[in-house]
Design a protein around this ligand. Structure first.
Ligand code: GLC
Length: 447
């Protein structure tokens, strides 16, 4: 789609200069957010998402941090994953949050609206980016002993998701909007009863709805309980399901890397295929050319066009015809997702699209580096290298312009949300994938 490729953004930054500036911001943030210490008799060594806003260890954040760190400090990347895996329970549950620092815990339950499990972790999960993070760290360091130590624990978490969260068709369900990591995405508004909220009230109404949900869940809740009743949230999330299927495929490759004859590799691959097939069968809408989440209480698809609807392009098992439609009709469409600083978390033609962060609520239109990182891989997997490169360059320009922020205005590239934000350092991995050296100059041409 030739119209999709406009010249460099208005700030006019040359690619090499933008990349060098983005990389400098990323390295600085990874250093500033490094946290080490001891608690529960365990040593921790992780990168907090943001010193002011998010001081603890968050699961999918840590996985992205490890991916970025693999490019600059492989030993620290491995330590980040080791720290995260300290949160794994004997049953295989891996919490979204590990509140290592005792002195900061009291504030957390209110600030983050979380119910604690065992006094120091969240009771919720996050999208399982873990397998991809382990794969990246292993690719860089090649440490088979480390891989053999972490892989069974990653598998335990994926098994837990299969036992505790998978529907009969294999798709995983989430029990709170924030288990997808996309907390206040407008795709959840109707289910939370806040679809009528004016922009200025969205953030307050969302927090209120979350408090009600937690109150509803409170009695006897454990990581294993399946919430029921009219107030429960029970949802098939396309982004979560895609990250899960993609992770299963990574587990399969990693098992085979340790032992090509290990039958566990096939088990993971079959599970990945089953989840992918269910995503296509249950979530694909031929007319819209997009994948929809499903509210399991009503069984109805939620037809709000968000970045989730694009995610399955990265799964091998999704037929190419479907993926190319998603790419051409939505991702590279300048009326929807292909804005100056893509990829907005909500399509620009949705009434809830909030590019300037006027609601003060996240994932309602801002662009996010972690989502771009996945979609970059999806574009490449579909042979759309030119678009992938353009997405990487625009992401680098956005990070060069505003530094490591939680998210960015898709029209102007202005930073939004938390500052010194960890996972935006994924620009380091995008640069390496594009064959750029750390100073932004072109390195080796990629295959
Ligand atoms: C917000 C995001 C979540 C992330 C956390 C820490 O709660 O919604 O995805 O893990 O911040 O960055």
């Amino acid at each position: 789609m030739s119209t999709a490729f406009r010249p460099p953004a208005a700030d006019g930054t040359a690619p090499a200069a933008a990349a060098a500036a983005a990389a400098a911001h990323a390295r600085h943030t990874l250093a500033a957010n490094h946290r080490t210490g001891t608690d529960h008799g365990l040593g921790y060594d992780f990168t907090c998402p943001s010193p002011d806003s998010y001081p603890f260890q968050w699961a999918w954040d840590s996985c992205y941090h490890a991916i970025a760190l693999s490019r600059v400090d492989p030993a620290r990347a491995a330590a980040e994953i080791d720290s995260l895996l300290h949160g794994l329970t004997p049953d295989g549950f891996l919490p979204h949050m590990l509140l290592w620092q005792r002195d900061l815990r009291a504030r957390a339950t209110e600030d983050f609206r979380i119910a604690l499990w065992d006094g120091w972790t969240s009771i919720t999960v996050a999208p399982p980016v873990l397998a991809r993070a382990i794969e990246r760290v292993y690719e860089e360091g090649g440490d088979r002993t480390w891989l053999a130590s972490v892989l069974p624990r990653a598998e335990a978490f994926f098994d837990w998701l299969d036992r505790r969260r998978a529907l009969p068709n294999g798709l995983p369900a989430i029990h709170q909007p924030d288990e997808s990591g996309l907390d206040s995405s407008s795709k959840y508004d109707a289910a939370l009863g806040i679809a009528d909220a004016p922009a200025a009230e969205v953030a307050d109404r969302w927090h209120q709805a979350m408090r009600e949900l937690l109150r509803h869940y409170q009695p006897s809740r454990s990581p294993d309980s399946v919430p029921t009743g009219p107030g429960a949230f029970h949802w098939v999330d396309v982004l979560f399901g895609t990250v899960y299927a993609d992770g299963l495929a990574a587990l399969s490759r990693l098992r085979a890397a340790l032992d090509p004859a290990d039958p566990a590799a096939d088990v993971h691959a079959r599970r990945a295929a089953r989840v992918t097939n269910a995503l296509v069968a249950e979530c694909w809408d031929e007319e819209a050319g997009a994948f929809w989440d499903i509210d399991l209480r009503s069984g109805e698809p939620q037809k709000v066009l968000t970045v989730s609807s694009l995610f399955p392009i990265l799964l091998d098992g999704v037929p190419d015809r479907l993926a190319q439609r998603v790419i051409d009709e939505h991702l590279l469409n300048p009326e929807r997702f292909w804005l100056t600083y893509p990829v907005p978390s909500v399509s620009a033609d949705e009434p809830t699209f909030d590019p300037h962060f006027e609601t003060g609520a996240i994932f309602r239109g801002s662009s996010w580096v972690n989502l771009n990182w996945y979609l970059y891989g999806g574009l490449r997997a579909r042979g759309r290298h030119e678009a992938a490169r353009e997405l990487a360059h625009r992401t680098l320009r956005m990070a060069a312009l505003s530094g490591m922020r939680e998210c960015y205005d898709p029209h102007t590239g202005a930073g939004q949300g938390a500052t010194s934000f960890g996972w935006s350092s994924l620009v380091l991995d995008l640069m390496a994938a594009e064959g750029m050296a750390a100073d932004g100059t072109a390195g080796e041409e990629r295959a």
